[in-house]
Design a protein around this ligand. Structure first.
Ligand code: GAR
Length: 211
């Protein structure tokens, strides 16, 4: 798998840790970012995982950046791309070539976009959470694989709530990505189930077409 990050990379680090165990069934072939300053890059390098950066501002438009990102990812020939705290929208060049999953710090379809935790707090919800879903070309709109609820506590601010969500999110991400790798998956419309009945990690393109 190639894991994409934009910042701290704590979710990516949890995957790198899990992948140390051969029984987990995942090899992380590279960690990529849109930002040279992403703190998680150093962490990946220390763990011996190759890294690459495709800075958004080096390209004249989104399509060019997306094409460059697709080329860099393809160099590693991953079965799956995991967007784990990656704050840019992947476009048709990447998604046409690769199956990708994303984690989002809210219970989709509520609160899509870049400020999910802030938006949930502002709305006054008592329960929010985290979602892992396949990426399509919309914003946080692809088929949902798993979700875990997290209660909002009195006195929560964006930072305290996000930290609590991230604790839950890391476990969900490690569990779900491991299952996708070991068991394969099937996407039927908006419904995702684990199991290698028709599609698996090695049938990534077919899975995408079925979607
Ligand atoms: C995570 O909470 C992830 O869900 C969120 O960024 C955080 C990254 O944390 N992603 C998004 O908001 C995407 N829209 P990390 O860098 O410590 O893994």
């Amino acid at each position: 798998m190639v894991v994409l990050i934009s910042g701290t990379g704590s979710n990516m680090a949890a995957l790198v840790d899990a992948a140390q165990d051969p029984g987990y069934g995942v090899e992380i072939v590279a960690v990529g970012s849109d930002r040279r300053s992403a703190r998680g890059l150093e962490l990946a390098e220390r763990a011996g995982v190759p890294t690459f950066v495709v800075p958004f501002r080096d390209y004249s438009d989104r399509a060019e950046w997306d094409a460059a990102m697709a080329d860099r990812i393809s160099e590693y020939d991953p079965d799956l791309v995991v967007s784990a705290g990656f704050m840019r929208i992947l476009g048709p060049a990447v998604l046409g070539r690769h199956t990708a999953v994303n984690i989002h710090p809210a219970l989709l379809p509520s609160f899509p976009g870049a400020h999910a935790v802030r938006d949930a707090l502002a709305h006054g919800v008592r329960i929010t959470g985290t979602t892992i879903h396949f990426l399509d070309e919309g914003v946080d709109s692809g088929p949902i694989i798993d979700q875990v609820a997290v209660p909002v506590e009195d006195g929560d601010d964006e930072s305290s709530l996000h930290e609590r969500i991230k604790g839950v999110e890391r476990r969900m991400l490690v569990d779900t990505v491991g299952r996708l790798a070991r068991e394969g998956w099937t996407v039927d419309g908006r419904h995702v189930r684990f199991g290698r009945t028709e599609h698996s990690v090695t049938d990534a393109t077919d899975t995408k077409e079925q979607r």
